[in-house]
Design a protein around this ligand. Structure first.
Ligand SMILES: Nc1nc2c([nH]c(=O)n2[C@@H]2O[C@H](COP(=O)(O)OP(=O)(O)OP(=O)(O)O)[C@@H](O)[C@H]2O)c(=O)[nH]1
Ligand SMILES: [Mg+2]
Length: 142
């Protein structure tokens, strides 16, 4: 009998994700804890989410920041920084990271998630696995 060699759906179809790193003038960055009910609940990440079909990535970033933390990102101060791919059991993601140095509004927990401004010595754990390797470069780029 022939075996089925087709990849799992999560591997076959990568999902684009827009991720934003808010950087304060003192260099601290905003992290959020994934709320209950989402994959990897309790893990810390940078805010952001899935890009919708046909949606420009920067538009997705702006939309996700309004939805998740009530912050209006200024696109003129959002710098496309780096990208990476990661295969989770639940999804294959393409992460598009932006460094954001100007925004309007104070971050609010609109999804019941914990928020924390972090300096180079992080005091939040655990972090999403795909995000960990980028942190060292992020401290240099911020
Ligand atoms: N926001 C964000 N997502 C990340 C990071 N690192 C990382 O692997 N991801 C992955 O990218 C995907 C982001 O999806 P999400 O769950 O935030 O999507 P979303 O906000 O649109 O949520 P929803 O599906 O409930 O609408 C998840 O699979 C998550 O594990 C990160 O630093 N920030
Ligand atoms: Mg999200």
């Amino acid at each position: 009998m022939a075996s089925d060699l087709s990849p799992a759906p999560s591997v076959a179809k990568p999902i684009d994700v827009a991720v934003g790193i808010l950087v304060k003038p003192n260099g601290e960055v905003l992290m959020a804890q994934r709320p209950e009910g989402k994959p990897y609940a309790g893990y810390w990440e940078f805010p952001g989410g899935k890009v919708e079909a046909g949606e420009p990535i920067l538009s997705a970033l702006i939309r996700e920041f309004k939805e998740e933390i009530g912050v209006e990102i200024d696109p003129n101060f959002a710098e496309a920084w780096c990208g990476c791919a990661y295969v989770y059991p639940h999804a294959h993601v393409h992460l598009h990271f932006y460094l954001c140095r100007a925004w309007q509004g104070e971050p609010q927990s609109l999804e019941g998630q914990q928020l924390a401004w972090q300096g180079e010595t992080l005091n939040v754990q655990p972090l999403l696995p795909a995000t960990i390797p980028l942190l060292e470069w992020m401290w240099q780029a911020r």
